[in-house]
Design a protein around this ligand. Structure first.
Ligand code: FES
Length: 143
């Protein structure tokens, strides 16, 4: 284990998804009472930042198309096969820590496609669909 400070617990607002980047990996942290859940920070649908979503009941809801995940576990109640990885985290004296080795291991298994130095690179669509012919036509007309 390689202990890494993430944030002060008091800096997290109750049930408010908060964005963090650790080693270029997007995370979302949700505080509930004196506990914190730290999840992979990108929606499994098309890669939106989960910190742009909101909490509704037991779920964190993606701000783009509404995919839901239980904020305490990362598992989608709608489809249990869709799971935002939950990272180990713990609190010591009002400080939230994570395990950097776990982050590094996750990144080896799940290289991230986001080009943070490029225009809109942070917002890459992780499951872009090919353009349909009707859309191609509209794009063609626009130019
Ligand atoms: S990107 Fe999250 S629901 Fe589509």
């Amino acid at each position: 284990m390689k202990k890494k400070f993430l944030t002060n617990l008091s800096a997290l607002e109750e049930k408010t998804p908060t964005h963090f980047v650790v080693n270029y990996l997007d995370l979302v942290a949700i505080r509930y009472g004196e506990e914190v859940s730290v999840l992979y920070g990108r929606c499994l649908h098309r890669g939106a930042l989960m910190s742009d979503g909101h909490i509704e009941g037991e779920d964190i809801i993606c701000g783009l198309h509404g995919w839901d995940y239980r904020y305490k576990t990362g598992v989608s109640a709608y489809n249990n096969n869709e799971v935002l990885h939950k990272f180990s985290s713990w609190i010591e004296e009002n400080k939230v820590f994570i395990d950097l080795l776990e982050i590094e291991d996750y990144l080896k298994k799940h290289p991230q496609p986001f080009q943070r130095n490029e225009y809109l690179g942070v917002y890459a669509d992780t499951h872009a669909e090919p353009l349909k012919n009707s859309i191609r036509f509209i794009v063609f007309i626009a130019y």
